[in-house]
Ligand binder design. Structure first.
Ligand code: ADP
Ligand code: MG
Length: 704
C-alpha cells in the first residue's frame, strides 16, 4: 500500500540538502553549503559538479527543461525554459547542463519593467543562481521543469528584481543583529536569519462563472455587481466547515506543496463567503518569499483542475472583506533561538527588549517606507476598509509589554542599581503570550507573543518589497541601539544597564507609533495627524514616500538600493498602478457598452411593449411601472455619458506624464468608476435574469 503520509513525500521535488548530500562528493557538498551559509563565491569546478548532479536528479523527476526562476518587479515570477536536450558534435542527442549554465543565464527579458535602468538597445538582462534557495522541479502531466531560483540584474550588475534588494536587506539586518548579539556576550553565534511566515488569504469561485466575467478575467476582481441579499453579515462562513469541493482542492494543493518542501500548517474558511486561508510553517525570509510565489502558482494551477478559479486580488468583491498576506516576522540565530522570544533569564529578556525596541525605533522613523511597500493597485481598495489594516502605520504591543516599557521609561536612570537587577516586571515576560488571546486585530502591525505580524501586505503582493522595507527599518533601529549601548559601555556602564537606557530611548521615541485603541476609528485618523504620522490613503501618495530623502538615504546607506535604483523602483510601481487603473477603466467601459447597455435596452423594449399593450385604464393604474421604465431609461443615459467620459479620460492619459496619469486615474478615474459601478448596480436590480449578461454576486459567491 502506498504511504499516504505527507511526510513520506515531503520535499521530494526539491534539490535540498538531503538530495545534495546524497548526490554530491563530500568536499563539493561542504563547499556548496559554506557558500550558502556565508555567501562565499562558488568556483567553476564545483558549479560543474553541482550542475551535473542537479541535472541527473531533475531528469529522475521527469524534467525535460531547466529555467532560471526569478522575481522581476511585476510581483510575479518569470521563467524562460531551456531544454536539457542537445546534440553533440556528431549529432547524437544527449541531456546536457553545465556549471556556467547553472550559474548564469542571459534571458535578455528586455520587456520586463526596469524603470529606465536599462534601455533595450544596450541592455542584456542576466539571471544568476541564488544557491541559498534550493532548486526544485515543477512537474506537469507530460514532464517537468527544473527551476533554479535566481537574481535578475542588468549587464552592469544593477538589480532589476525584487530578490536582490531583499537579499541585501537580509545581509544588512544580519550584520547589525550579530553586532548587537556580541555586545550581549553571544560569541558563538555564526549567523542571524530573518524568519517569515506569510498567511495567505484567497478567494475561490466557480471557474464556469468566473469565465463569464471580463472584470475577473482581466483585472482579477469585480468592477460591478449589486450586493447579494446574503453576504458576510451572518459571519457564518468564518471557521465554518470547509466545503467538500474546496477541501478536495486544498488537499491536492497541500500534497503538491509538501512535495515542493512547503508545509501548510493551517487551513480554514475566512470571513467572506468563498474566502479562505493557508498558513505555511515559517522559514528563512528569502526561502519564504520564493515559497510564497511557488505556493501562489500551485494554488492557481490546481484550481483549474477543480473547476475553480483562484482570486488573489486584495478586494475581489465590494462590500466583502478583502484578502491580505499577513507577514509574520522575527529573527533567528545560529543556535536556533528566536530573538523576539521573551522567555529566558533576565539578561535574555533585556536582549529581547533591545531587539524589540530596535524595531519600534525603526518603525517610528521609517513608517512611511512600510506604507510605501504595501501600496499597490489592488491593496488600495482594501487598506483602511474597516476590515483591513488602516493605511496609517502603527503598532500594537499589548498590555504587558506596554507596562514594561512604561516602567522602563519611568524608572530610569536613578532607580536602576548598578547590576540592573531591579524588578521591572521583566520576570513576568513569558506572560506576554497570554496577551495573544485578546490581541488587537485593528492594528497594521502587532507583537504576537514571539514575533511581529505585519498585516498590511496585500494578498497578491510579492513578499519581497514589504520584507525588504521591514528589515531596512529594523536594521537601522538595531544600529541605533548598538550605538547607544556601545557609547555607554565606553563610559564603563554594564551592558544590561546600557541596554535598558537604549530601550528607554526607543520606548520614548516610538510613542508616536504605539497605539492600542481601535485603529479603524476616525479618532485615530485624527490622532495620527496630530502625532505627525504619515497618512496616505491613495497608492500614488504612498508610493511617493519612496522619494522622501530620509527614506532614500536609509536604503542607499544600508546598501539595499542605490539612489538611482530607488527612483526606478518607484517609477515601476507608479506605472504599474497607472496601467492597472487604465485597464480597469477600459474593461468596465467595455462591459457596459457590450453587455450592460444592450441588456438594459432589451429590458426597456420588453417593458415598453408590455406597457403599451395595457388597456388605458390599466396603464393609468400602474404609475410604478411607468416610473420603472423612466428610471431605467435615465440610468441608460447616464451610463452612456459615463462611458464617453471614461473613453475620453483614457485618451487623455496617453499625453500625460506618469505622475499626472496616476493622479488622473486616482481622482477622476476612481470617481468615474464609482459612478459607473453604482449605475450598473442599480441597472442590475431592474433587469431580469434572462437579459442580465454577467453572473451576479449571489451566483459568484456560491461554490457548487
Ligand atoms: P493567526 O491567524 O492567529 O495570526 P496563523 O497560525 O494563521 O496565526 O499564522 C501564524 C504564522 O506565523 C504562521 O505562518 C507561522 O509559521 C508564523 N510564525 C510563527 N513563528 C514565527 C517566527 N518566529 N517567525 C516568523 N513567522 C512565524
Ligand atoms: Mg491565520
Amino acid at each position: 500500500m502506498t504511504d499516504l503520509r505527507p511526510s513520506s513525500t515531503f520535499g521530494e521535488l526539491v534539490f535540498n540538502r538531503k538530495a545534495m548530500r546524497e548526490r554530491l562528493p563530500k568536499d563539493v557538498f561542504a563547499q556548496l553549503m559554506a557558500a550558502v551559509d556565508t555567501g562565499e563565491k562558488i568556483d567553476a569546478g564545483v558549479a560543474d559538479i553541482v550542475a551535473s548532479a542537479m541535472k541527473e536528479w531533475a531528469l529522475s523527476k521527469g524534467a525535460t527543461h531547466y529555467t532560471h526562476w526569478f522575481h522581476p518587479r511585476t510581483e510575479k515570477t518569470a521563467e524562460k525554459h531551456m531544454a536539457f536536450l542537445s546534440l553533440d558534435m556528431e549529432g547524437t542527442p544527449l541531456e546536457s547542463f553545465t556549471g556556467s549554465e547553472l550559474i548564469q543565464s542571459e534571458p535578455d527579458a528586455s520587456s520586463l519593467p526596469s524603470g529606465g535602468m536599462r534601455s533595450t538597445f544596450e541592455a542584456r538582462g542576466y539571471t544568476a543562481w541564488d544557491p541559498s534557495s534550493p532548486a526544485f522541479v515543477v512537474q506537469t502531466e507530460k514532464g517537468g521543469t527544473l527551476c533554479i531560483p535566481s537574481i535578475f540584474i542588468s549587464y552592469d550588475g544593477t538589480p532589476l528584481d525584487l530578490k536582490t534588494p531583499l537579499l541585501k536587506s537580509l545581509n544588512a539586518i544580519e550584520s547589525r543583529a550579530l553586532r548587537l548579539l556580541r555586545l550581549f556576550g553571544n560569541r558563538g553565534v555564526r549567523w542571524v536569519k530573518a524568519t517569515i511566515g506569510a498567511e495567505q488569504e484567497f478567494f475561490l469561485v466557480n471557474e464556469s462563472k468566473a469565465r463569464l466575467r471580463p472584470d475577473i478575467i482581466f483585472c482579477g476582481h469585480t468592477l460591478c455587481g449589486a450586493q447579494p441579499p446574503k453576504g458576510q453579515q451572518m459571519e457564518d462562513h468564518y471557521f465554518g466547515t470547509i466545503h467538500p469541493k474546496v477541501l478536495a482542492y486544498m488537499e491536492d494543493v497541500q500534497r503538491e506543496l509538501a512535495r515542493l518542501g512547503i508545509a501548510i500548517k493551517t487551513r480554514h474558511n475566512e470571513v467572506a463567503p468563498c474566502q479562505f486561508e493557508f498558513a505555511p510553517e515559517f522559514s528563512e525570509a528569502n526561502l519564504a518569499n520564493d515559497q510564497n510565489q511557488l505556493m501562489m502558482a500551485v494554488m492557481k494551477r490546481f484550481a483549474r483542475r477543480h473547476d475553480l478559479r483562484l482570486l488573489l486580488h486584495e478586494k475581489p468583491f465590494s462590500g466583502l472583506n478583502g484578502s491580505g498576506k499577513h507577514t509574520n516576522f522575527s529573527l533567528m540565530d545560529s543556535e536556533g533561538r528566536n530573538l523576539l522570544s521573551p522567555s529566558g533569564p533576565q539578561k535574555r529578556s533585556i536582549q529581547f527588549l533591545t531587539f524589540l525596541g530596535a524595531f519600534l525605533l525603526g518603525l517610528s522613523r521609517y513608517g512611511s517606507l512600510l506604507r510605501a511597500s504595501i501600496a499597490s493597485p489592488g491593496n488600495m481598495y482594501r487598506l483602511g476598509g474597516n476590515e483591513a489594516p488602516p493605511a496609517i502605520m502603527s503598532v500594537y504591543l499589548g498590555e504587558v509589554l506596554n507596562r514594561i516599557l512604561d516602567r522602563i521609561e519611568e524608572g530610569l536612570p536613578e532607580s536602576i542599581p548598578a547590576k540592573g537587577s531591579i524588578d521591572l516586571g521583566l520576570n513576568r515576560l513569558p506572560e506576554i503570550k497570554a496577551d495573544n488571546t485578546d490581541r488587537n486585530r485593528t492594528a497594521p502591525i502587532a507583537f504576537t507573543g514571539n514575533k511581529f505580524e505585519f498585516r498590511g501586505t496585500g494578498a497578491s503582493q510579492s513578499l519581497g518589497g514589504p520584507v525588504t522595507m521591514l528589515m531596512a527599518a529594523w536594521a537601522w533601529g538595531l544600529e541605533q541601539m548598538t550605538g547607544l549601548i556601545e557609547n555607554r559601555l565606553g563610559d564603563g556602564v554594564e551592558v544590561s544597564e546600557a541596554a535598558l537606557e537604549a530601550i528607554r530611548f526607543a520606548a520614548i521615541e516610538s510613542r508616536n507609533v504605539r497605539f492600542d485603541g481601535n485603529c479603524y476609528s476616525d479618532e485615530w485618523a485624527r490622532e495620527a495627524v496630530r502625532r505627525g504620522l504619515p497618512v496616505a490613503y491613495s497608492t500614488p501618495e504612498a508610493l511617493s514616500y519612496y522619494l522622501v530623502p530620509e527614506n532614500r538615504e536609509l536604503l542607499s546607506g544600508l546598501k539595499i538600493m542605490s539612489d538611482r535604483e530607488i527612483t526606478a523602483f518607484y517609477e515601476i510601481q507608479v506605472e504599474r498602478y497607472l496601467k492597472s487603473r487604465e485597464i480597469e477603466l477600459g474593461v468596465l467601459e467595455s462591459m457596459v457598452r457590450e453587455g450592460i447597455l444592450p441588456a438594459v435596452t432589451r429590458q426597456l423594449e420588453l417593458d415598453i411593449k408590455t406597457y403599451r399593450g395595457l388597456t388605458e385604464t390599466l396603464s393609468e393604474e400602474m404609475p410604478h411601472f411607468r416610473e420603472k421604465i423612466a428610471t431605467l431609461a435615465r440610468i441608460r443615459e447616464k451610463l452612456v455619458s459615463a462611458c464617453d467620459r471614461a473613453q475620453s479620460l483614457r485618451a487623455r492619459l496617453t499625453s500625460m506624464s506618469l505622475e499626472e496619469g496616476a493622479e488622473a486615474v486616482t481622482s477622476e478615474g476612481l470617481a468615474l468608476m464609482g459612478e459607473m459601478r453604482s449605475l450598473c448596480d442599480s441597472a442590475e436590480s431592474h433587469v431580469g435574469n434572462d437579459f442580465w449578461p454577467y453572473p451576479r454576486y449571489r451566483e459568484l459567491l456560491l461554490i457548487f
